[in-house]
Design a protein around this ligand. Structure first.
Ligand SMILES: [Zn+2]
Length: 523
């Protein structure tokens, strides 16, 4: 007689999860195991892992004709996380174990050949999906339990071996795994190789000496969400400044916190011990990193790229002209709409990638063009060509472009420290609140996000001298129309920071300096 058992699992497409039903159907016939429902290569391997793991618990699968169907069939499924759900469904169907409990459970874990349960990346979005569907309990590897317990409304249970899970679910298994098998070891191996994108040490703006202009640029960038481009000699302090941008950005709110944590869970770079992530990530890819590593996709299609790991945080490209034009070009889409679409053979994956871009560049290949005590060996032609590696369309989207010079001896002696990160962060939060009142409800949070049309409508309120200032700059060819739009955005942010209701002449001039910040004028 045919017998059907179903179990619950989750399919992840990026960070979007969907409930998947694993259905095992057993009937008399030639002893075979068939997996259907769009399985990819790793899912086909699941068959062998499941068979071996179950035999380590004392059972032999496939003594009759077994069909395992993962539905909905049109949903792409990938990865080894379905092992547990498949094993339980098959075992229960073949052994006729009582199945009343199964509907309350979902399963997420990879099986070792010896029956051990291994963690799979993406615990957080998987468990969040299950909670959304009202599933009561989830069985998961012990290494994933800290992440799973961050999601309220669902009981997470850790199992290190399939045999223990079988007993808990009311099945029959007298096998106890040997103690010398240590699941923790191989997982920790992969963990030590993961990089942290959250600063362990406490960084503070007061550690940056001098650089009053650079700090002001950073504060405006934080308040208005503006992308930023620093040009300066090596050692001028570009990286020091950039690394401290997360310390003055507002902390993540609850929704953002879960979204960022889910992406890092998917990438395997999330340490759940301290709860959901509260700080903004700072991600600094090397210019030699591959397109797939930076943007995502490639063979590891489901894995987020570095731009997604920088979601809601800072993406820092040091030595930006050294990055491949393809990579720089690929940044334009996420800068426009906050996400990246990765295509694969049968489907596309969309991952969030709403980062604040900070680029830094040396002024020339030798790096000495602006240096006080060193001389530049590059020809004017080489210098111009070096910075022109950054395409116009990309630079058009970078509101703040300024030159950074190392603090002079006098500045260093004055020991200018400026405000602490905490103080600046308070100003940034206040400025963002002021902007949000003006922006109103809707998807936009910052002055950098609103459309040009909105900026134009705001700027109708500007006094005549302000508008004249912009018109003159356009007429003289100092700025383009697009540049004028960027300057107005910056001027509104500066006004927000100062608690003013609208920018005046001084704010327009300050904005102009941040925009043209002596990056271009020299060439
Ligand atoms: Zn040079």
């Amino acid at each position: 007689m045919a017998r059907v058992v179903t179990t619950n699992a989750v399919s992840l497409l990026g960070v979007h999860g969907a409930l998947v039903t694993v259905e095992a159907h057993v009937c008399n016939g030639l002893p075979t195991i068939n997996l259907v429902g769009l399985p990819d290569a790793s899912l086909r391997e699941a068959k062998d892992r499941v068979r071996a793991a179950v035999s380590s618990c004392g059972y032999t699968l496939g003594s009759r004709r077994v069909t395992v169907n993962l539905s909905p069939a049109d949903l792409p499924k990938t990865g080894s996380g379905f092992d547990l759900a498949i094993a339980v469904a098959m075992l229960w169907a073949e052994q006729n174990f009582p199945k009343n409990e199964l509907k309350n459970w979902a399963f997420f874990g990879e099986l070792g050949l010896d029956g051990q349960i291994h963690p799979v990346k993406g615990t957080l979005p998987v468990v969040a999906t299950l909670a959304k569907y009202g599933i009561k309990k989830v069985a998961i590897a012990p290494q994933s339990i800290a992440q799973a317990r961050l999601i309220p409304g669902i009981e997470a249970h850790a199992f290190s071996h399939l045999s223990a899970l079988i007993r808990t679910l009311g099945g029959d298994c007298s096998i106890t795994p040997e103690k010398n098998m240590n699941t923790a070891s191989n997982w920790q191996g992969s963990k030590s190789s993961t990089e942290s994108y959250f600063s362990a040490e406490e960084l503070d703006m007061t550690e940056v000496q001098g650089q009053a202009e650079g700090k002001f640029a950073l504060e405006v960038a934080a308040a208005g969400g503006h992308h930023l481009y620093f040009v300066g000699s090596p050692g001028a302090g570009k990286t020091m400044l950039a690394k401290r941008l997360p310390t003055i950005l507002p902390p993540l709110n609850q929704v953002e916190s879960l979204a960022v944590s889910e992406i890092h869970s998917l990438a395997g770079t999330f340490d759940a011990q301290a709860g959901l992530l509260r700080n903004r990530p700072f991600v600094a890819p090397h210019h030699g990193a591959s397109m797939a590593a930076i943007v995502g996709g490639g063979t590891n299609i489901a894995g987020p790229g570095l731009i997604s790991l920088a979601h809601k945080g800072v993406l820092f490209l040091d030595e930006a002209p050294e990055f491949s034009p393809r990579v720089l070009d690929a940044l334009r889409q996420p800068i426009e709409n906050g996400q990246i679409v990765l295509s694969r053979a049968k489907s596309t994956i969309t991952l969030p990638a709403q980062f604040q871009l900070v680029m830094a560049a040396n002024p020339c290949p030798c790096g000495n063009a602006f240096a006080l005590n060193r001389s530049c060996e590059c020809s004017p032609f080489t210098r111009r060509r070096y910075l022109q590696r950054l395409s116009g369309p990309l630079l058009d989207r970078i509101d703040i472009q300024m030159r950074i010079t190392a603090p002079s001896r006098i500045e260093r002696r004055q020991r200018y420290q400026g405000d602490t990160s905490k103080t600046i962060q308070q100003r940034v939060i206040a400025a963002r609140q002021k902007a949000k009142v003006r922006i109103g409800d809707g998807p936009w949070e910052t002055n950098s996000q609103v459309t040009s049309r909105v900026i134009q409508s705001w700027s109708k309120e500007l006094e005549a001298p302000c508008l004249r200032l912009l018109d003159q700059a356009i007429e003289r060819g100092v700025i383009t129309m697009r540049g004028a739009d960027r300057i107005q955005r910056l001027a509104w942010t500066i006004a927000d920071l100062k608690g003013m209701n609208k920018p005046e002449k001084a704010e327009i001039l300050q904005a102009q300096e941040l925009r043209n910040g002596s990056v271009k004028n020299d060439y």
